[in-house]
Ligand binder design. Sequence first.
Ligand code: PEP
Ligand code: MG
Length: 886
Amino acid sequence: MTKWVYSFGSGKADGKADMKELLGGKGANLAEMSSLGLPVPPGFTISTEVCTAYYDNDRNYPADLAGQVDEAVAQIEEIVGMRFGDTANPLLVSVRSGARASMPGMMDTVLNLGLNDETVAGLAKVSGDERFAFDSYRRFIQMYSDVVLEVDHHFFEEILELHKEDNGLILDTELSADDWKGVIEQYKKIVQEEYGQPFPQDPREQLWGAVSAVFGSWMNARATTYRKLNNIPAAWGTAVNVQAMVFGNMGDDCATGVAFTRNPSTGENLFYGEYLINAQGEDVVAGIRTPQNLTIQGKEEQSSDLPAMEEVMPEVFKQLDDVRHILEQHYRDMQDIEFTVQSGKLFMLQTRAGKRTTAAALQIAVDMVAEGLISESEAVMRVEPAALDQLLHPTLDPKAERNVIGRGLPASPGAASGQIVFSADEAEKMAHAGKSVILCRIETSPEDIHGMHAAKGILTSRGGMTSHAAVVARGMGRPCVSGAGELRIDYKNGTIIVRGQVLKAGDILTIDGSTGEVMIGEIPTIQPEMSGNFGKLMEWADAIRTMKVRTNAETPNDCRTARSFGAEGIGLCRTEHMFFDADRIVAVREMILSDSEEDRRKALAKILPMQRDDFVEIFKIMAGLPVTIRLLDPPLHEFLPHGEAEMQEVADAAGVPIEKLHARAAKMSESNPMLGHRGCRLGISYPEIYEMQARAIFEATARVAKEEGQTVRPEVMIPLVGMKKELEILKALVDRVAKEVMAAEGVEMTYLVGTMIELPRAALRAGDIAEEAEFFSFGTNDLTQTTFGLSRDDAGNFLGAYEQRGIIEQDPFISLDQEGVGELVEIAVERGRKTRSDLKLGICGEHGGDPASIHFCQRTGLDYVSCSPFRVPIARLAAAQAAIKN
Ligand code: PEP
Ligand code: MG
């Protein structure tokens, strides 16, 4: 018999924390907390395997599930001494989703389940609070109808609003038990009308309805989008958690709250959280009431007048603070917790590793090493490499003038400027059109995810540090200011009114998510210094990793940036980019459009000194680190003049009639340029081009040796080789030029000649190519293109559909296709090293900066990865993690 249901409660549990795949994060941690003896309301988890089985069987459950659920319900009843459906003392439960990875707010939840026309009376009696009981019942009807019966929530909101209006009431809290009874009657009527059947009274039927709705919500549009953005496979499924209800809304000795065991923005080791007296869980995150701080220090830091929990409920607070320490010692990580206080008694409803900004992740990792909680290599594993990107975000130039028009909470760090937009759809549309936008919302909800993703920054007028906007923005690394209460955001008129000013959609705003300031206009930004915690973590990472990290760079600026980020050399210097500079493009065009070697050499002679100067500058910046220079690669027509004026310019420079150039350009047109006259094929047909480039490289090497006393060991790389003979011919050419330059300059130089592996044939014939090549650099952009037979320029048009249909998991141009392209890389490594055991191996395709691909490179035994300058820190950390894992 398969075990589908896992119970927890009363100091025991069937599951534990490392069973997230089966129980989801929430269920696994509820089980763990229960085993730790923490106060967890009893309950059970229906496993993710049920979700998978449910979808595999046309939304039908395994036959033996119902029996296991009945047993688990009975177990709860025994622990709490209440019965499900009992009219005198009814057990109520919550039904919540819980996937392996946290998906905040994406799936459905039902609370207060088990209430009906009879049990509500029982609840009124045992709680001694009739108003509370009927308020709970109406909340349940509303939530259940929305989630399970699909009766839209606006019907219920309308009824409530009308009732208040008719009775001269303003706040929900002003409604009496009798008011709620009246509202409930109308709620039931609308359910009958819209759903066609009465609101279900049988608690078991309610339970199964809610369970199916939660499983069903795994496939809703919100959850599907969220999974896509966060690379969560649909096959994981969600678990469902059914748990005895505890009430934070039964009076002033009740409360509910959320907290982080350390500050999630800065990482500071301070208890950090919010709570609300007399409220139910969702009230805190919904941002409808302003939450209060847990600690006195937190309250003072935010200059809040509302009393802290530490003052109002000192004993429960002390207990909660103890739980905080127990959880941190146990999990050895910062936790994000949810709790409820019912009549002065603390209950823990959730714990999980807390989402944090990258700055906080670094702070926490470094602190926990100092506290002896984790080792240095664990600290290295704690920071998501891709998230380092957040640290590279610009901050506002402190010297710049700021026209501050409002202030909110510093919800997610970094500064951003952009045009005001009011809806997620508009944000996405404008971002696609290349505009920078700030998404301005009263508050955000899971429906806004795509717009938050598209926006440069997020601004809300309502909600705290744990509001949806704040949590999601931090996770995404988007700057966010939340709860800027002075701003009156008016969707209907498309305006923001603040301090007497009216801002409209399209106006430029700047937000600073580190200070909470909102400013008019665009404000200059500066790049962050990377020192302190970042430096320390990188030091640990560098000590652990075995692969080198180089950069793909060809401009002096990029080279300097890459070095400041810790690049250990250049893995790819694409010389063609240098050809586009304004001072040489005409000479380059002249060279391309010449139809004799003699004319070509004339043009190349003009380019040589410029190319040599480029290399001198790069060699100086790289100060003796290895530099791999790739000889000309792209199809020549990419350099052709655009339009008549440019053509005339070239004709004048070359002293030939324009018609001649037109004829030559026409002859150069190719059907498949990417598979055409490019790469080493250019070197074979026009050896003088590669000759000039080799000469520029070696003359620069000689000059730097003489002028700077610096030894450069250039690595000359031949692109798009498929056959050994190609490399043999071109290597001989490079060697000859090297000899000539050494003789002329009177200096000795050492250098390497190698090739890119970017064609399947090159990978397969790596054994004989390595007889000529002293190094291989995997050009996985082209290798992906040629292995799939997929144009790297156009594949974006349909790869989206491939991802949606599950044909591919990820765009293979972003993350290496380890099965297919990866196998070719493995073959080339094995065959190449067999011929030449000291063959130097690297990767310089875009995948060199992608953490998953970097893990592959480590497993495959590459010596280095090379990536764009801004990804160098990411690659350093990912390489360390890969070394730890392998
Ligand atoms: C490659 O093909 O992976 C590569 C690095 O070269 P390019 O992108 O310049 O073709
Ligand atoms: Mg290439």
